[in-house]
Design a protein around this ligand. Structure first.
Ligand code: NAD
Length: 456
């Protein structure tokens, strides 16, 4: 693919004659691989976990993302998607997209061990013409100073001469991953112009999205960190506004909706929503990557630490609200039944990685209250990272005789059962604490609950 003329790349990609190897078939890899296969591309997923490979080849995925299970099942059935642990599969594909994990180390530094291992294994099977695209979130210069030398050393080839190399950050959000993958422009930072053009052609025809081509991989790496720092900081501001509005007895969501009508810098102000906490694999670590980056540059940054610190206070704040609401009804927490609805870190996903819900559930467990936990999205094994209490499989049993319903993930299923039905099942004067502000307060009150949201 790399080294051909633009017209040839265009023809090959449009004719879907190029195969795509997706290295790292976790959350992001599975979404990318399944979507590309669904759109007609031959996709080979490569992962070091045999269980992941076996699942995919049986047409299954443990990644709980709306619509993904169907895409995987269908693509495997018609033979467009398969998975392997064998990196030899790299050789037969033109594009190699790498999405291995980049967790946070003990000193809040990014751990790039999986990137190094994946780059070496890919490099050993690299051929002239390949285009390698790194998508994992990494600090600036990782593509150029870590991945490039490993690929070149293992393959004996040169990036930008024999094979293409680019960093294209993944910016989709879980819960709406399939839609976002096929609608958000892709930022492309490549080692040379030909690599950039090959990527842009791929994204245009494979996903139907535009590319934003920046100067180099390091700029694209910084873009991803900037995006996530902005989100985390913005939510932190919304959360502190919510705390103030709680004290003042006003609705933070009304304040934010009205504030967001003011234009600034060519766009309206866009304050996000307060909630019981920020979790997941990106926002909890990427600001720390920026903080660590600052330290390596001799800078003491305040923003990343502030956003992380503020957002980390929210589960404790939510727990405090619950205790107070029960006390207002003359009930002690330890003598109450509490029904927790949703433990995933985000609405309509089953992902419990670094979920803030754990820091509401744990003090509830320690309080001595009677606790029922229901989450229709979270598999039992995934739930173990949050609680040892077995999940209650149906919502009606979970809320039966509850003194408080605590919504920690606003899954769509919780909106499908009539509020009046829930109110019939719960105890008198039942508190309804909406930690995700996903319910309409007047409707909850009309059903007979004592309503409270975060900042409303
Ligand atoms: N989850 C998100 O919403 C999201 C969004 C944007 C960006 N990202 C970034 O994308 C990257 C991947 O995130 P994820 O959530 O998919 O992680 P994940 O942990 O779900 O998936 C990583 C996969 O890589 C595999 N792997 C590890 N080492 C490997 C190797 N040497 N060769 C092949 N496979 C290997 C693992 O077995 C795992 O299946 C991270 O850098 C993350 O920061 C994630």
């Amino acid at each position: 693919m790399f080294g051909r003329s633009d017209a040839e790349i265009d023809l090959l990609v449009r004719g879907m004659q190029s195969g795509i190897a997706v290295v790292g078939f976790g959350y992001i890899g599975t979404v990318i691989g399944a979507v590309l296969a669904d759109r007609g591309w031959p996709v080979t997923g490569i992962d070091v976990r045999q269980s992941v490979v076996d699942d995919i080849n049986l047409g299954r995925t443990a990644v709980a993302e709306p619509g993904l299970g169907e895409l995987v099942a269908n693509s495997v059935r018609i033979g467009r998607l398969r998975a392997t642990t064998d990196f030899g599969a790299v050789t037969d594909n033109d594009f190699v997209i790498v999405n291995v994990g980049t967790p946070l180390g003990p000193d809040y530094e990014p751990i790039v061990d999986d990137i190094k291992a994946a780059a070496r294994a890919v490099g050993e099977h690299l051929r002239p013409g390949h285009v390698v695209i790194l998508k994992s979130t990494v600090p600036p210069d990782t593509t150029e100073t870590l991945v490039r030398p490993i690929l070149e050393d293992a393959s004996g080839l040169r990036a930008g001469v024999d094979f293409g190399l680019a960093f294209c950050p993944e910016r989709l959000a879980e819960g709406q991953a399939i839609h976002e993958l096929t609608s958000i422009p892709v930022v492309v930072g490549a080692v040379d112009e030909r690599s950039a053009r090959a990527c842009a052609t791929l994204w245009r025809h494979a996903l139907g999205v535009d590319s934003v081509i920046v100067d180099d991989p390091r700029t694209a790496e910084m873009v991803k960190l900037a995006d996530n720092l902005w989100v985390d900081l913005n939510v932190a501001m919304a959360n502190e506004l919510a705390k103030v509005c709680d004290r003042l007895g006003m609705d933070a969501l009304q304040v934010i909706a009205a504030a967001n009508t003011m234009p600034k810098g060519g766009n309206p102000v866009n304050i996000l929503r307060p909630s019981m906490g920020v979790g997941g694999y990106c926002l909890t670590k990427d600001p720390w990557f920026v903080n660590h980056l600052g330290q390596t540059l001799g800078l003491e940054l305040s923003i990343p630490r502030t956003s992380r610190t503020v957002n980390d206070t929210m589960p404790g704040y939510t727990f405090g609200l619950l205790r107070q609401l029960l006390a207002d009804q003359g009930k002690a927490l330890q003598a109450s039944k509490i029904a927790v609805l949703g433990i995933a870190f985000k609405n309509n996903t089953g992902d419990c990685r670094l979920t803030p819900t754990k820091y509401v559930v744990t003090p509830l467990e320690e309080s001595g209250c009677e606790l029922a936990i229901h989450d229709p999205w979270v598999p039992e094994e995934e739930a173990l990272s949050v609680t040892d209490i077995p999940l209650t499989p149906d919502i009606e049993s979970a809320v039966k005789d509850a003194d408080a319903l605590v919504v920690l993930a606003g899954h769509k299923e919780f909106h499908q059962i009539p509020l009046t039905r829930l109110a019939d099942l719960t105890a008198a004067d039942c508190v309804f604490l909406d930690g995700r502000n996903s319910f309409d307060p007047p409707a909850v009150r009309a059903a007979g609950f004592i309503y409270k949201g975060i900042g409303r």
